[in-house]
Structures are given as structure tokens and as C-alpha cells.
Ligand binder design. Structure first.
Ligand code: SAM
Ligand code: SF4
Length: 440
């Protein structure tokens, strides 16, 4: 069936920072086609930019598709993008006939052509993994917030036995140094004060012998850029140069998200992580030696196949040894096609629930303690959004804590100095200091 070409769009991104970045680039792309952003209820085209990392993500996509039908029986043009699109491919329009477009995470630069094909009544599908082709074909960044993501690396060659990323995002590949510097400059020109370099394995980035530490060093010279962050890293790629950057680069924020997954060497081996609990702790020691105030964050998986009580206790011991400022912890989710999905020793759901609660309780206590220890500090915060109350703004400390502050005359994008006056588990309250400081 032929249909009118869409004039408006809505993009819903799920999952990681890379999906957020991809969603922004699709917005740039569709805006260049003179399409305008609209609400999900009103848009002519709805893009579901999906995540496949855990649980029944695919099932959720099908229920989301069903909910797009409108009261008068009509529906928008529907595109499924992201990792579920890559993993499920042609199965999606077979199961959900209302889907017009299926586009993988490496092919979304072709969205305008796919939209034309769908408007002509064809079912449009592109699941190529052409590496970096899309970046050269996307429009320049024009409208961004105070804090922006910049994808520098895609894909993963690590093949952790539980993870779908190597299958949905393809092989590890780095964007060129020059392309990244150009995009960073465009982001700063468009209003970004902070850039977070993102990649599935961001610290595996390299170009002609330069590592991520060298890239961060080069970004330090960018006039108008105040803060640099990077995520997500793998312990095996914490190079000497990257650790040194934490000592040498003033704009690099004292925060490191370094997923460990488990504290048991037996489980880490079964996960194919290629680091041990002790080697992880020694990396943290080296980073802390050069940047003593650094906040450490991590990811954990609870209930990986074969995880015994002593294995789980080893995770709790590692958590005590490191002391985390924040962390994400997940129940193991058997992902179809990954080795772990068919391993012996799948753990009972009630055991996983109980372990997750215990782990989260320790991690929450550590996070609260980290925030409480910040009270009394004077620091810069970058204002990123409005708070719930009139005149209230929310900014981030160098350690990625949210701070609520009343700051008359200040605006989103400003860097202001505050005294941290009180702390809760998830955020702090700040009082503005009249004279601007640059503590970070
Ligand atoms: N590349 C990063 C690394 O090496 O840790 C992480 C990328 S992954 C998108 C983000 C997190 O999702 C992982 O650190 C892991 O904790 C979690 N994750 C991935 N696969 C999972 C699974 N099958 N079940 C539960 N959690 C999973
Ligand atoms: Fe997945 Fe990260 Fe392991 Fe790669 S390193 S397979 S992205 S968990």
C-alpha cells in the first residue's frame, strides 16, 4: 500500500549511551530532510531505537509496536532500529506486519531512502554492518545540550559469553582521530561544554598508534570545552597512557566506569572476561595512585550459570575491597545465541533475586557514603537541566553526582561554583558560591 511521505517523526531510544547518540544522529538526519520532531501520538513516523542486551527486550518491542495503533485505527509509519533490529531482522515484519522499516545500528544513515521505499509500499530492510560508513554520511551536529555524547568506537571483539554486542554491533572498529576532533569542535560550536566519548569498548579506541589517552589529551586543547568523560571501558584496555591522562589532563573528569561483572575468578573465566578480581583491583589501585579523588563505578551480573554461594561472596568481598561511588547490577539474562545461554548450572530465579538484593544493598550503602563524604566540599557543577521547583537547576559535579541548586540568573550550560550542603543516596543539594571557582 502506498502512503504519504512522513513530515514529522518521533524517536524513542532505549538502552545504552550509544543508542542515545544514534537517536540524536537520526534526529539530525531527519531534520535535514525537513521533517519536524513531534510527539509519539502525532508523529507520521515513529522510530523505536531498540536495545537487545537483557531480558525480553524483543518481546517488549512487539508490545510497543502494538501500542502505536491510534484510537481511530490508523497508525504511523513504524521503523525498528538498533540492536533488536539487527538480531531479529526479517523476523520482525513477519511477526508484526505493521512494521515498515527495519534498520540495524550501522545502517541508519540510509533512513531517508528506506522511508521513501516504505512510502512506495515496499517493506524496507537494511541490516548491513559496513563499519564506519554512516559517520561520513551524517549531517554536521547543530543542536546539542550542555553535555553531549560522541561515539568514537563501535563494536566488540571480546565475546564475553553472556553478551550479544559482538553479534549486534559487529567487530571492534575505531573512528579516525581527525573525524572525532572535527565532530568535537562541531559539538562545542553547537553549545556543548562537556563531551562524553562513547563506545561499547571505548578504551579500545586507537588510531595510528594513538590510544584513548592521547585522544583525550588532544581534546583538552579544544577551546570552549570544559569537561571530558568516556564510557564504557574494559579492564584489559586500561592502557598506561589512559591512566596517565587521569593525572595530566585537567579537563578529564575524576570518574571511571569500569565494569568488573563478578568477583569470582572461576566465574570471570567462564564469562571469558580475561581479567581476574585481583588484576581488576590492581588497575583501580594504579588509577587511584595518579588521581586519588577518582570516583569508581562498575557493572555486575548476578546469577551467571554455575555461580555458587562462595562465588557470590567473592563478589561482595571485591565490592568491599574497592569501594564504589555508584554501580549497576543486573540479573543474568540468557541471551539467545550466546554461549552462556546453554551452559549448565543455570541459577534458580529466587536465588538470583536474593543475591541481587544483597549486592544492591551494599552498593547503595557505598553510594550514600560517597555522597555523604562530599558534603562540605566546594566544587564546580555544570548545569544540565531544570529541577522540579521554580528557579531550581540540576547540575553535575566532576564525580558525576547530581546537584540541585537555586541559582538566580544562571542558565543551563553554565558552570557555577557551589558548596555541597546535604546529600541523599542519589543526589546532593548545593548552595551557590558568588565568586566563580574552577576547582575541577
Ligand atoms: N563493554 C562493556 C563491558 O565490557 O563491560 C559493557 C557493555 S554492556 C552493553 C553493559 C552491561 O550490560 C555489561 O557490563 C553487563 O553488566 C550487562 N550485560 C550484558 N549482557 C548481559 C546479560 N546477558 N545479562 C545480564 N547483564 C548483561
Ligand atoms: Fe559485551 Fe562488553 Fe564483553 Fe564486549 S566487552 S562482549 S560489549 S560485555
Amino acid at each position: 500500500m502506498q502512503r504519504a511521505a512522513p513530515k514529522s517523526f518521533n524517536i524513542k531510544s532505549f538502552g545504552c549511551q550509544m543508542n542515545v547518540y544514534d537517536g540524536e544522529r537520526m534526529t539530525d538526519l531527519l531534520s535535514r530532510e525537513n521533517m519536524v520532531a513531534a510527539s509519539e501520538r502525532e508523529a507520521d513516523l515513529v522510530v523505536l531505537n531498540t536495545c537487545h542486551i537483557r531480558e525480553k527486550a524483543a518481546e517488549k518491542v512487539y508490545s510497543d509496536i502494538g501500542r502505536l495503533r491510534r484510537e481511530d485505527g490508523s497508525r504511523p509509519m513504524i521503523a525498528v532500529a538498533g540492536c533488536v533490529a539487527q538480531a531479529e531482522g526479517a523476523e520482525i515484519p513477519r511477526r508484526a506486519r505493521e512494521v515498515d522499516i527495519v534498520v540495524g545500528p550501522q545502517a541508519y544513515h540510509r533512513l531517508p531512502e528506506l522511508i521513501s521505499e516504505a512510502a512506495a509500499g515496499k517493506r524496507a530492510l537494511d541490516l548491513d554492518l559496513p563499519g564506519l560508513e554512516k559517520f561520513g554520511l551524517l549531517p554536521k551536529r547543530r543542536k546539542v545540550g550542555a553535555s553531549a555524547f560522541l561515539t568514537v568506537q563501535e563494536g566488540c571483539d571480546k565475546f564475553c559469553t553472556y553478551c550479544v554486542v559482538p553479534y549486534t554491533r559487529g567487530a571492534e572498529i575505531s573512528r579516525s582521530f581527525d573525524a572525532i576532533i572535527d565532530e568535537a569542535r562541531a559539538l562545542v560550536d553547537a553549545g556543548a561544554k562537556e563531551i562524553t566519548l562513547v563506545g561499547q569498548n571505548v578504551n579500545a579506541w586507537e588510531d595510528g598508534g594513538r590510544d584513548l589517552g592521547a585522544l583525550i589529551g588532544a581534546l583538552d586543547a579544544l577551546h570552549g570545552l570544559a569537561r571530558i568523560r568516556y564510557t564504557t571501558s574494559h579492564p584489559n584496555d586500561m592502557t598506561v597512557g589512559l591512566i596517565a591522562a587521569h593525572a595530566q589532563v585537567e579537563k578529564l573528569m575524576p570518574f571511571l566506569h569500569l565494569p568488573v561483572q563478578s568477583g569470582s575468578d572461576r566465574i570471570l573465566k567462564a564469562m571469558n572476561r580475561s581479567h581476574s578480581a585481583d588484576s581488576y583491583a590492581r588497575i583501580i589501585d594504579r588509577v587511584r595512585a595518579v588521581r586519588p579523588d577518582i570516583a569508581i563505578s562498575s557493572d555486575f551480573i548476578v546469577g551467571f550459570p554455575g555461580e555458587s554461594d562462595p562465588d557470590f561472596e567473592a563478589t561482595l568481598e571485591l565490592v568491599e575491597r574497592i569501594g564504589f561511588a555508584s554501580a549497576y547490577s543486573f540479573k543474568f539474562s540468557a541471551r539467545p545465541g550466546t554461549p552462556a545461554a546453554s551452559m549448565d548450572g543455570q541459577v534458580e530465579p529466587h536465588v538470583i533475586d536474593e543475591r541481587l538484593q544483597r549486592l544492591q544493598s551494599v552498593l547503595n550503602t557505598q553510594q550514600s557514603a560517597f555522597n555523604a563524604a562530599s558534603v562540605g566540599k566546594r566544587t564546580d557543577i555544570l548545569l544540565e537541566r531544570k529541577g522540579k521547583h521554580e528557579g531550581q537547576l540540576i547540575g553535575k559535579t566532576p564525580w558525576l553526582q547530581s546537584v540541585h541548586v537555586f541559582a538566580t540568573g544562571a542558565a543551563i550550560g553554565d558552570m557555577i561554583a557551589v558548596d555541597l550542603v546535604s546529600a541523599g543516596p542519589n543526589s546532593l543539594a548545593g548552595s551557590r558560591v558568588s565568586k566563580e571557582l574552577h576547582v575541577a
